[in-house]
Design a protein around this ligand. Sequence first.
Ligand SMILES: CC(C)(COP(=O)(O)OP(=O)(O)OC[C@H]1O[C@@H](n2cnc3c(N)ncnc32)[C@H](O)[C@@H]1OP(=O)(O)O)[C@@H](O)C(=O)NCCC(=O)NCCS
Length: 143
Amino acid sequence: MKLEYLKKNDPRIPSCALLEKKTLPTPWSEESIANMTPQGRYIVADVNDEVVGICSYYLVCDELELVNIAVADRFRKQGIGKAMMRKMLDESFSVCSLEVEEDNSSAISFYRSLGFKESGKRKNFYKNKDAIIMILQKENEKC
Ligand SMILES: CC(C)(COP(=O)(O)OP(=O)(O)OC[C@H]1O[C@@H](n2cnc3c(N)ncnc32)[C@H](O)[C@@H]1OP(=O)(O)O)[C@@H](O)C(=O)NCCC(=O)NCCS
């Protein structure tokens, strides 16, 4: 398994968008992935040149905001999600936050296994569904 940051005009962008569409409640389009702002980062996991995982986030000042993470069905529970999160968490930051669908118990367990704690709710964040906000605090770094 190989982990890399997606580059501008990366030929894997369509495969990343397809994986997002198959697995996420708020997938990004090819265009949004290709035009992420400079604060955005997009990690791709591949196995034998097949895109099997993606993880996108923003790093603004010393705050990380996870946008999306997904692993293809048949590659789950093999540590790929954790490896992508660890790469993101290697950034210098003080707090990392994310939203997750309140009934997505497997993702909530996944985030808890990395030390994230529930810190609140966003009403109707998804279509007719609330989001749980989860937070991970790190050392107090300044930007
Ligand atoms: C959440 C997701 C990214 C996890 O990826 P993954 O590669 O399967 O996760 P890992 O194998 O790295 O798991 C790491 C730990 O998370 C926890 N975990 C992962 N999947 C879990 C599940 N289905 N149920 C309970 N705990 C789970 C476990 O503690 C696991 O450690 P273990 O394997 O030692 O038990 C993956 O399930 C997924 O793509 N889900 C669909 C998309 C999604 O819901 N994304 C989040 C949107 S907010």
